[in-house]
Design a protein around this ligand. Structure first.
Ligand SMILES: Nc1ncnc2c1ncn2[C@@H]1O[C@H](COP(=O)(O)OP(=O)(O)OP(=O)(O)O)[C@@H](O)[C@H]1O
Length: 306
């Protein structure tokens, strides 16, 4: 049953769970998508994200996967914190409470801090996939919008709507990242499916908007993995990881563990955050100013008539 939630929850309004009676104060809307609306809420001093589902069946299946992951001994532990309904205008709306992830999109992060970050972000993304795959699920809907990057290139996945048990048909995907769209394989949930999308994610994060334009509107006869391989080949910044991404696009990794092991073997320069780059620039400016001052003092001492 679809229970579209048209209303906006106003900041300051209080949501009370119908069953668990937990109370959450709404701070603001974080985002809205095809499956629901996500709000930043507070319980006491702690912040959480609350997702109100539109479709009861989709919402429940997302919760089922999150319950398994939340109980696992992985970084997804305790990701899901509460599941309940709230009543508004005589209608019950299902919601769940999850960890609030503070971060920025991968493209923003790379734009701010530099392209050398792609290696570390890729590594952290593969680590997440290995954890998820070990629980017999695949993520399904890997895309820039479904992950956040924070701190020193730490990656968090958000939107578990595409999480699918291995062997089933992928529940939710985005065309450009989907190997079926590119005629590169089926939509059956296996680890290689996520690795294909991972390769597209890395390639697209290093491409200009101009070159990505129209990729989602290609006629079926023009969609071929060769096009993605061509983009990969021409991107010099991706040269060290190009052989790995090529294998991922061609479905040559059976497991994410293999891909992670190879990614790790690629050495990379430790990237610097923009703020520390700024710090360095500040130091350089200070040193330059000091050397000018010293130069002035020397001139004064040498040439000033005594
Ligand atoms: N745990 C979280 N912490 C912080 N922000 C979040 C969290 N979960 C979701 N968001 C924000 O809310 C937005 C919408 O959430 P989500 O992607 O889960 O909705 P959706 O309906 O499944 O979207 P889509 O149509 O892309 O499938 C996200 O793009 C993100 O900005």
């Amino acid at each position: 049953m679809t229970t579209s939630f048209e209303q906006e929850l106003q900041p300051g309004s209080v949501i009370i769970g119908k069953w668990n009676k937990s109370q959450y104060r709404v701070e603001r809307l974080l985002g809205a998508g095809a499956n629901g609306k996500v709000y930043l809420v507070k319980r006491g001093q702690l912040s959480y994200a609350m997702k109100i589902g539109f479709d009861a069946a989709d919402h429940q299946s997302e919760i089922n996967a999150l319950k398994v992951l939340s109980r696992s001994d992985t970084s997804f532990r305790n990701y899901l914190l509460d599941v309940d309904d709230f009543r508004l205008g005589g209608v019950d709306y299902p919601y769940y409470i999850m960890r609030y992830i503070k971060g920025q999109s991968m493209t923003d992060f790379i734009w701010r801090n530099g392209r050398d970050w792609v290696h570390l972000i890729g590594l952290n993304m593969l680590r997440k996939l290995v954890e998820l795959h070990a629980q017999s699920y695949i993520f399904g809907d890997i895309k820039v919008q479904n992950m956040l990057v924070s701190g020193y290139g730490d990656v968090e996945l958000i939107d578990f709507g595409g999480v699918t048990a291995k062997g089933r048909s992928v529940k939710q995907f985005t065309e450009v990242y989907d190997r079926g769209y590119w005629g590169a394989g089926s939509r059956t949930a296996d680890e290689a499916y996520d690795l294909f999308a991972f390769a597209v994610l890395i390639i697209s994060s290093m491409e200009s908007e101009q070159r990505l334009k129209g990729l989602d509107k290609l006629l079926p006869q023009n969609r071929s993995v060769e096009l993605l391989l061509g983009m990969l080949q021409s991107n010099t910044a991706l040269r060290p990881v190009a052989p790995l991404l090529r294998k991922a696009l061609l479905g040559q990794y059976a497991t994410s563990r293999q891909a992670l092991a190879e990614w790790r073997r690629q050495g990379y320069k430790k990237p610097a955050l923009a703020s520390s780059k700024k710090g360095l620039a500040g130091w350089l400016k200070l040193c330059f100013a000091l050397s000018l001052l010293m130069f002035g003092v020397t001139l004064y001492l040498v040439y000033w008539p005594s």
